[in-house]
Design a protein around this ligand. Structure first.
Ligand code: 6PG
Length: 214
């Protein structure tokens, strides 16, 4: 694990942007997956103001709640409002998790498109992750969820609303970079990860951007 500690929230997002830019250098096509939740909102807003060649960036979702895409609870909607609507990116570069008739339909559809796009081997250049107070990441909530070897899975948790479609830990871990953005409220969870071995503990070699309380 690479731990980068910063004392200000704004530096947390600055580091996340630096890594984003580093990831794009020298590449003709870049494939990045973003998570939802509250943490990335400001990161998306700041990222939208950067000088980035969006033509070469393909944006995917790490996870999605099974709610209409224009709902305030949709991860795609968060990404759209705070980043996609503010940048010049071709529609074909945006790979959302479509909300179809059932979560299974959505999972199958996303997985099919991922496999087609990555020609069978789903490897992102970077995956941006958050961490829940219970140690979940993406929408991977339980130890059983971690074991799934398929590229995506459907999950649910009594502590979190909505069924979810999420990349599996297997897929997340194949990414070249796994970046975890942790605001200071998450310091305690991060500290306890080795003890409780919750899903976020199983991210392989992450870059953890952590805001610490001064
Ligand atoms: O859809 C989601 O909720 C997420 O992708 C989830 O994994 C999130 O990253 C963490 O729960 C942290 O959420 P907060 O940033 O809201 O604390």
């Amino acid at each position: 694990m690479r731990l980068i500690k910063v004392s200000k929230k704004s530096d947390l997002y600055k580091k996340a942007i630096d890594i984003f830019k580093e990831t794009t250098y020298g590449k003709d096509v870049v494939n990045i997956a973003f998570s939802g939740g509250r943490t990335p909102k400001e990161f998306f807003t700041k990222l939208s103001k950067e000088d980035i060649d969006w033509e070469k960036i393909n944006i995917f979702l790490v996870d999605e709640r099974f709610v209409p895409l224009d709902s305030n609870n949709s991860n795609y909607n968060l990404l759209k409002k705070n980043l996609l609507d503010k940048i010049d990116i071709p529609e074909k570069n945006i790979h959302k998790i479509e909300i179809l008739k059932t979560p299974l339909d959505s999972k199958i559809d996303y997985e099919k498109r991922l496999l087609k796009y990555f020609k069978g081997d789903i490897k992102f250049d970077a995956v941006y992750l958050g961490i829940g107070e219970d140690g979940h990441t993406g929408s991977i909530f339980t130890m059983d969820d971690i074991e799934v070897l398929e590229p995506t899975l459907i999950t649910e948790s009594s502590n979190h609303p909505h069924k979810r479609i999420t990349l599996s830990m297997e897929t997340i871990n194949k990414a070249e970079k796994k970046i975890v953005i942790a605001t200071k409220e998450k310091a305690e969870v991060l500290e306890n990860l080795p003890k409780f071995k919750c899903p976020a503990f199983f991210i392989d070699n992450p870059i953890v951007l952590m805001e610490y309380e001064k």
